[in-house]
Write a protein that binds this ligand. Structure first.
Ligand code: ADP
Ligand code: MG
Length: 225
């Protein structure tokens, strides 16, 4: 049988690895070039078409696979710099990871002026964080306990939140953050997009996802070793 070259690609066709095939701004594509991100990693190629279309997502891929940019490009694509309120909240297990995530978002946000990213973690003085919040922020990255603390004091408001990210969800569960995460998620607007990233997929992740994600798409890449 001869192949019909005029037919559209089969549904099983490989996912594009080209950032240019995504609905990203020319400015964002230029930043990716500058950073020498020449093609998407497999988890980015599988996740970004779904998350940029607005789906909730559960993504599992090993450490070092580029999960941060998968959610960072999504949240940056819908960020409104003129609206000076928190539009994205990223929950991370540790201060060190929160700093790394903030840095990666900052690098990827280079094309957009005046985007304020705040890192709010335990162990740092509360007062200074409250003052920073008074000055406003577009993106908050933090550990669950400290975020809960700010919500209770009303120094952090999430009325305008459009994206909630649970990063390293397996580690947050291991560290006993489940109740804090539940409390924080219950204070996020119901219409937000929720993205859950994890290196492993224990039972607890499925339960967490079932409670806080809406019709999530699932992307799972090879098991970690
Ligand atoms: P993970 O969260 O999956 O552990 P990271 O998001 O920390 O992984 O990414 C690991 C490294 O890969 C980082 O140094 C990041 O800058 C780099 N990286 C991410 N995406 C790309 C890409 N598309 N091309 C090149 N490097 C990338
Ligand atoms: Mg990560």
């Amino acid at each position: 049988m001869t192949a019909d070259l005029s037919s559209p690609p089969a549904p099983t066709a490989a996912l594009s690895r080209a950032f240019a095939d995504l609905p990203l701004s020319p400015g964002q594509l230029a930043v990716l070039q500058q950073l020498e991100y020449f093609e998407m990693t497999p988890i980015q190629a599988a996740s970004l078409p779904l998350t940029l279309a607005g789906h909730d997502l559960i993504a599992q891929a090993k450490t070092g696979s580029g999960k941060t940019a998968a959610f960072a490009l999504t949240l940056l694509s819908r960020l409104n710099p003129r609206h000076f309120g928190v539009q994205t909240l990223v929950l991370c297990p540790t201060r060190e990871l929160a700093e790394q995530v903030s840095q990666e978002i900052r690098r990827l946000a280079r094309a957009q002026d005046n985007i304020k990213i705040l890192s709010l973690c335990g162990g740092a003085p509360m007062r200074a964080q409250m003052t920073s919040l008074e000055h406003g922020a577009h993106i908050v990255v933090g550990t669950p306990g400290r975020i809960m603390d700010h919500l209770q004091r009303e120094s952090l408001k999430l009325d305008g939140l459009n994206t909630l990210v649970l990063d390293e969800a397996d580690r947050m569960l291991d560290m006993g953050f489940i109740e804090d995460i539940e409390w924080v998620a219950s204070r996020c607007p119901p219409g937000r997009q929720t993205l859950l990233f994890s290196a492993t997929y224990p039972d607890g992740i499925a339960k967490l996802a079932a409670r806080f994600l809406r019709n999530p798409q699932e992307v799972k890449l090879a098991e970690t070793h």
